[in-house]
Ligand binder design. Sequence first.
Ligand SMILES: [Mg+2]
Length: 239
Amino acid sequence: MPATVELPLPTPRAALFDVDYTLLRPNEMFRAEGYQTMGAKFGLALDVERWNEAEKAAYAVVKARRAELGPAHDDGVYEAIAGAVITGMGGGPADVVQRCAEAVIREWTRCENFTLYDDVKPCLERLRAAGIGIGLVSNTNRDLGEVLEHFYLDAFIDATVTSLDVGFFKPAPQIYLAVLDRMDVSIADAVMIGDSYEDDVAGAMRCGLAAIMLDRDGRRELPVPTIRSLAELPAALSL
Ligand SMILES: [Mg+2]
């Protein structure tokens, strides 16, 4: 896949979307102040000023677990991320950090703690009107059926695949191939859209899919097709 692919791409038969931070915005509970509030419930004094280093520590934990465990779905990674954030923000006794991390991850499984970005429904409606199939591909142990019901997305989505279903995390090819199989669409006829360069864009491209990076914060300058909002997606797919 050439790194210099330019937008717009030809209109595909199917658009595949990542879920977290692409369609769904996790609420404040999963940011610095939220961690501080949760920590306080467990008697931990977590420092919001240490958020950036805590986030970096969490990324390092994810990287280390992937290096150790390979591409298989890793159910323990969520608590490990939360634990790394809590420790990075000041931490405390290991058993208390562990219970606090478990509490954060219990909240992560609840749809009530997420909102749909404003640009999602207009974009999905436009794609739907153009006859494009829509699939969701998520590294998660959540039930995407519940997500569809909670956010009234059932009518827009043809297929969903999670890493828990398939047994592999993105960027392993198996997970993208599983959703295409469910949609009966070939690699050449689909485009993957997501906020993670490695999991949504590079992984998809390695298995031959076209991909578009959604960079909502404008933080990344990467040589891949990039949009800042899903409002830009229809035009990026030549609609
Ligand atoms: Mg994401």
